[in-house]
Design a protein around this ligand. Structure first.
Ligand SMILES: Nc1nc2c(ncn2[C@@H]2O[C@H](COP(=O)(O)OP(=O)(O)OP(=O)(O)O)[C@@H](O)[C@H]2O)c(=O)[nH]1
Ligand SMILES: [Mg+2]
Length: 291
């Protein structure tokens, strides 16, 4: 009998969860950036092996804050941790554990019997894997603990073996050729957002969401897709447009390049910027974009 399991990836912002999902799937499933709190949705990545199927749930980095957006993101992560068959707890070996790491460990305590820990970024000269291991051994003494580099692909085979060892027998949830179940409209918005996260600094990336407007198939088979980059304030609008439109042009061009790697038809983007004051505090907007 083949095995199948939903595996929620848990960890602090920037621990490398999305990098890991992409490495495991061998495809660009979830966007990555050096800015903490990049992931805002539960993004699924599917891995098929001879043992069976693992469906990874990339979650928003666990950040405890009273802000409405953060509470929503934490809520998504909490649901994934409690629903999943297995929790894969990713610890960033380059950062000291502190209150934020303690909060993740506390949230995962109820899942301790179905938890695998992975110490990430062991390739980095700043990594202290033994400190991270000691932290895990104290909180989850019975959990398997591995050392990996999501960036380099080190230790992933052993990690998959540890996950399949915990996975129950069951049929695959998705056809074998699937590596994600995301709709194109969402994936395109995410690739645009990734370019914004790569280029904008400080508060700005967090103040943007990408909203689908419309799209049309052209006679040559390409897709013309329009999206709004929505910011919170007029001043941010200028920053995202850049001098003479240089920044938004760059975002568009780089996103189109990224999309060419994912889709087998050309996607041409039309990007506009609009202001939606304080969208991060607006329940209706959050309902639409956080899922
Ligand atoms: N050196 C090193 N860097 C890594 C590794 N894995 C991820 N990173 C880097 O860590 C940063 C954050 O990676 P992400 O994959 O976006 O992290 P995340 O946990 O998904 O972050 P959020 O979505 O914000 O919670 C990026 O700059 C990655 O390149 C690793 O194994 N080694
Ligand atoms: Mg992420």
């Amino acid at each position: 009998m083949p095995k199948s399991a939903f595996v929620a990836i848990a960890g602090r912002p920037s621990a490398g969860k999305s990098t890991l999902v992409n490495a495991l799937c061998g495809e660009k499933v979830s966007i990555v950036s050096p800015v903490p709190q990049t992931t805002r949705n539960t993004v699924r990545g599917i891995v098929n092996k001879s043992e069976g199927q693992l469906v990874f749930l990339d979650t928003p980095g666990y950040h405890v804050s009273g802000k409405k957006l953060n509470l929503r993101l934490k809520g998504l992560s909490d649901v994934a941790f409690s629903d999943a068959d297995i929790v894969l707890y990713l610890i960033d070996a380059t950062r000291k554990s502190g209150p934020e790491e303690e909060a993740v460990a506390a949230a995962l305590a109820p899942a301790s019997a179905r938890l695998v820990a992975a110490v990430n970024k062991i390739d980095s000269p700043d990594a202290d894997p033994s400190a991270a291991r000691a932290f895990v051994a104290e909180r989850f003494p019975k959990a398997p603990a591995l050392e990996i580099s999501a960036l380099r692909g080190t230790g992933l085979r052993e990690l998959l073996a540890a996950l399949f060892a915990l996975a129950p027998e069951g049929p695959a949830w998705y056809p074998e050729e699937y590596y994600t179940d995301q709709e194109p409209v969402f994936r395109i918005a995410e690739i645009i957002r990734e370019e914004i996260f790569a280029r904008m600094r400080e508060e700005l990336p967090h103040a943007v969401y990408v909203s689908y407007v419309d799209s049309a198939r052209m006679a040559d088979g390409s897709l013309q897709a329009s999206y709004d980059l929505v910011v919170e304030r007029e001043s941010q609008k200028g920053m995202i447009i850049g001098k003479g439109g240089s920044m938004i042009k760059r975002i568009r061009e780089e996103a189109e390049k990224g999309l060419a790697e994912i889709f087998d038809y050309e996607i041409r983007l039309k990007l506009s910027v609009r202001v939606d004051p304080n969208w991060r505090k607006n329940d209706k907007t959050l309902d639409k974009i956080i899922f």
